[in-house]
Design a protein around this ligand. Structure first.
Ligand code: PHE
Length: 342
């Protein structure tokens, strides 16, 4: 009996087989347990001898089972350690870092340059009311400038006859909001997204502008010119720039000027400050008295200049990016090429 069990234990292939052997020997109806139960019918002397022998056998089988089980667990662990080892001296796999989008980078640069000149940042919503985007800027409902803006309109319920909200077509509504919140004097820029229904190599339906607004007791076009020249020198990193103010018209400025910068293209490279070409970079002017009044500021006491420039356009120029649409296509190869490391 003993030999039989010890042999079977030694040959058991896995813990389940061991458990079967344990039940067969020591379980409630196991061979040894049954033999134990027969002890009652034996003579006292025989019972003592057989009982002691059975107990020893039981302990021996128990110990053999435990030892074999422990050996199996050791072997299994050994096996796992062999198959799951890890070389902690291997170099890590490199991870690609994200980059700063050129538009974000240029917006940062512009904000920093104007901050040096005392301009803080103002903000407004991208979904704007008709009043802020147009009326307050001296563009009444029938004004032809409304058509030129190719506006995206938000939907209103059929029985709601208030004018619909719009996706702001420029950052100029932030002028009004800044006047209402801060009152005069003011020196702010407002960078942000604007929207117009337009799409080709140099236009996307969403693009970015920076609005500038300075209001004080005696502000003139001369201040505007100085600020813009300082800005261009810093932004294009050149010692000398030449700006040309071309008379123009915006409903919210009087007088109005579009501003061109002297430049040249040499072998596909843009040179700022030299050459015979002029490139338009922004719209500007003296804030119209009606606009000051709409913002709650008295035009007899205060005056100001405003300008609006296209961020995307400036980014294309400074970093030699040929197609505006690429900015918004989220092509990772493009973003890695033109993006700025964080
Ligand atoms: N809002 C004008 C545009 O989008 C730019 C501008 C801003 C012109 C401020 C004058 C003053 O074209």
């Amino acid at each position: 009996l003993r030999q039989n069990y010890l042999e079977r234990i030694a040959q058991a292939p896995d813990p389940a087989a061991l458990e079967e052997i344990r039940v067969a020997a020591l379980g409630k109806k196991g061979e040894i347990s049954l033999k134990m139960r027969e002890l009652g019918r034996m003579a006292p002397e025989e019972r003592q001898r057989t009982g002691a022998a059975l107990n020893r056998l039981k302990d021996e089988i128990d110990a053999a089972l435990k030892a074999r089980r422990a050996a199996m667990e050791d072997a299994a662990l050994e096996e796992r350690l062999k198959s799951e080892w890890l070389d902690v001296t291997l170099p890590g796999r490199p991870r690609r870092q994200g980059t700063i989008h050129p538009i974000s980078q240029v917006t940062e640069e512009i904000t920093a340059i104007f901050a040096d000149m005392g301009f803080s940042v103002a903000e407004g919503p991208q979904i704007e009311s008709d009043w802020y985007n147009f009326d307050a800027l001296n563009i009444p409902p029938e004004h032809p400038a409304r058509q030129e803006h190719d506006t995206f309109f938000m939907h209103r319920a059929a029985d709601d006859d208030r004018p619909p909200h719009v996706l702001r077509t420029h950052t100029s509504p932030v002028q009004i909001r800044a006047m209402q919140t801060h009152g005069a004097p003011i020196r702010v820029i407002a960078p942000g997204r604007v929207y117009r229904m337009d799409m080709d190599q140099t236009h996307t339906p969403m693009f970015h502008q920076v609005e500038g607004l300075a209001i004080d007791r005696d502000i003139s076009m001369a201040n505007l010119k100085w600020v813009l020249e300082e800005f261009c020198r810093a932004f294009f990193e050149v010692d000398r720039v030449e700006l040309r103010f071309r008379a123009s018209h915006f409903p919210f400025t009087e007088p109005s000027a579009e501003v061109d910068i002297r430049c040249s293209w040499q072998g596909g490279q843009l040179k700022i400050g030299e050459g015979d070409d002029w490139m338009e970079i922004l719209g500007s002017g003296m804030v119209h008295p009606k606009v000051l009044r709409a913002g709650g500021i008295d035009p007899d006491e205060w005056q100001g200049f405003a300008f609006g420039l296209g961020i995307d356009r400036l980014a294309m120029l400074k970093y030699g990016i040929p197609d505006l649409r690429a900015f918004f296509e989220s092509d990772l190869r493009w973003l890695r090429h033109y993006g700025f490391s964080a």
